[in-house]
Design a protein around this ligand. Structure first.
Ligand code: ZN
Ligand code: ZN
Length: 272
């Protein structure tokens, strides 16, 4: 396995997982991983809905860190465990998110868009009464809005998360259709020296390509981007390191020679 670091993982500290962190770690060891970075959700001001109240994705970072340090030590001779967070951005949360990140010494911060103008595109209501393309466009525009006001993160997570949930999912979807917006997003990320991730959860859900799609990964490289982390976005042990062999092939085909990992917010590069 060329990629031995999974940099997008959840456990029971995330509102949508009930897997004990130790179970995740044991599976990672079994798979031969050398590094696992937990990136528990912190999504402030998440819209209350059928799945729970608006604080469902508010992270108890102290409890999370306590457990992680305990397990880091317990398994120190078998695997390196890193302390990350998946931070849900929304333009009005800039100050709160900045304060949240400063409260602890994270190894790695993923910025993600799970909420677009008050709605999670996970739910069908986001697409009601309009063409899928219009909904996807609104989602990508909202990433640009976030990038105008917030920059304390290391990589932007699953840039085309929305494609997992639209009525026709990745049918008719490509980098080219949204080139104008993607180029603005990618230029901005490169200007502020941030990375992106290759997230394999979409592949596990039956999409043809990872998130973001190959066209976006290729374009990031063409424009000079070099920082790509790999994450399964696993919420259960069975999903850890899903399709990492394919991820390595895709990255090489896109012109990358290295993938990135982070510790104490600093990247290291590893040959693919
Ligand atoms: Zn996410
Ligand atoms: Zn995630």
């Amino acid at each position: 396995m060329p990629i031995t670091a999974d940099f997008h993982l959840h456990s029971s500290f995330s509102g949508d997982s009930d897997t004990p962190m130790e179970e995740m770690i044991l599976r990672g060891i079994e798979l031969g991983l050398t590094q696992m970075c937990f990136t528990e959700h912190n999504d402030l001001d998440y819209p209350a809905g059928e799945d729970g109240p608006s604080d469902i994705f508010e992270l108890n970072a102290d409890a999370y860190l306590y457990e992680l340090l305990k397990l880091r030590e317990k398994y120190a001779d078998r695997i390196e465990i890193l302390f990350g967070v998946e931070l849900g951005l929304q333009p009005h949360l800039t100050r709160q998110n900045a304060a949240f990140v400063k409260e602890h010494d994270y190894d790695f911060v993923i910025a993600s868009s799970h909420v677009c103008h008050g709605q999670d595109p996970y739910y069908p209501s986001f697409y009601e009464g309009r063409a899928q393309e219009a909904a996807y466009r609104e989602y990508f525009e909202s990433i640009l809005e976030n990038l105008r006001s917030y920059s304390n993160f290391d990589v932007y997570g699953h840039l085309d998360y929305v494609v997992r949930y639209g009525p026709d999912r990745d049918e008719g979807y490509s980098y080219e259709v949204y080139r104008d917006i993607f180029d603005k997003i990618l230029h901005r990320l490169i200007d502020i020296e941030k990375g992106i991730e290759l997230n394999t959860a979409g592949l596990a859900k039956g999409l043809r390509e990872p998130n973001p799609c190959i066209g976006v990964l290729k374009r990031y490289r063409e424009l000079g981007g070099e920082i790509v982390t790999i994450g399964s976005d696993a919420h259960r042990p069975a999903q850890i390191a899903y399709a990492f062999d394919r991820a390595a092939e895709i990255l090489k085909d896109c012109g990358f020679r290295y993938y990135a990992t982070f510790a104490k917010r600093s990247p290291s590069f590893h040959k693919l």
